[in-house]
Design a protein around this ligand. Sequence first.
Ligand SMILES: *Cc1c(COP(=O)(O)O)cnc(C)c1O
Length: 497
Amino acid sequence: MIYHSTRNKALCVSSAEAIAQGISADGGLFVPASVPELSAADFEALKGLSYAERAARLFKLYLTDFTDEELRECTHNAYETGSFETPNVQEIATLADGSMLLELWHGPTCAFKDMALQILPHFLTRSIKKTGIDREVVILTATSGDTGKAALAGFRDVPGTKIMVFYPEDGVSSMQKRQMQTQEGENVRVCAVKGNFDDCQNGVKAIFTDPDMQKALAENGMQFSSANSINWGRLVPQIVYYVSAYVTMLEKGILSEGQGFALTVPTGNFGNILAAWYAKQMGVPIRHLVCASNINKVLTDFIDTGIYDRNRDFHATVSPSMDILISSNLERLLYHMTGEDDAQIREWFGALKTDGKYQIPEELKNRIQAEFSGSFWDDAATKDMIGKVFSENGYLSDTHTAVGICAARDYSAKAAEQLPMLIASTANPYKFGKAVLEAIGGDTGADEYEILDRLQEKSGMKIPAALAELKTKTVRFSDVVSGDEMPAYVKEKLGIQ
Ligand SMILES: *Cc1c(COP(=O)(O)O)cnc(C)c1O
């Protein structure tokens, strides 16, 4: 499989190069030249296999410069060495209204990001070797809270790598902040940024694409890569879990072969929902994709009007991992849906950078609406839904997942055709304990650990060990910089001029 840049179709790289570089030097994102299709027999052949075996087979379709053995090693290391608390890696729960939750948060940091970030380091170190460059990889990551911790956990003490994570100082939950500040490992660094997630992401993108910075790194035997969902190596593992979820639903008799279903994804950077769209292109019978947002509803507006406009107030919500106004992966969708029109992508994303805004033609908007719809939900609706699902089903949902449930129910209520509904459940509720406890009527006047205990008492759901143990860990990182100071900070911490 060959990969192009969304901003330069003539650029052709291997999957190893795409993963090693993270983002294309022209600012574009790497995309596969074609999307492999799965037949009914291919889906059949995935039945009965473990998650790691399924993943290895599916990776083979995209990462063609890896051997079967390498891929199986990677999936074994990621999914079969005990870092996921359930042997199935992902689970499906059913609510009283028949909708299903695809639980993607059974990994070591309690959010769906682990599904990809437990395997990315294995892809990346092998990719670097394959590209024949003997350099240390410096992972720079902007996070709205969950990517940071998942990337730190994945890259901790991986030989030949260093990782630096930037998070918005006041834009993450206290549990998320603790998780990052207490990270152990010799090759890790965490820093808060005065600003929001977009400031962190812009800062990281600017550092990546700065030629002077790249030169300075190369002179010191280093090279940047990304653990954000702009890296293709993050998206493929996400495609895998949607294919695998379909196969599991077939195995369990929830769906019959080829039976269509609707899928709702709580969305921020558009990575998770884009992975679902790729799964659909591969042949998973997803009939409709519901893009769920909180009040940072730039995507709902885009789907409704065809105008992407980030010039608006940024709101901090109880679903902080979706507090994003620049959804990077939309660029990949538009590249594919415009028939790979790289000139058009350059124009739109140039406009996004200079004016914060672009508009797609009516015809394209209509095609997007045929596949996607979007809706947004505020904090009050989110908490109401957590309370409702808890009292109706005894099921505790996190804030992001609750935004998804709101959007899914709204879509089903209005849809002409009733389809089985699968909702991506993206985080363990304990990660956002304060808001969740409030939503089910608990007393939240306490510190974050007391909140964990109260939530356990009230819900009966077990506190994840990874969160309980934070209490005894020391804070290692408390640096704070402004967006402008990020390049100097990176240079200083890497010891380069
Ligand atoms: C990252 C994240 C999201 C948003 O996913 P995107 O791929 O950025 O759209 C939603 N929920 C949780 C819990 C997350 O960590």
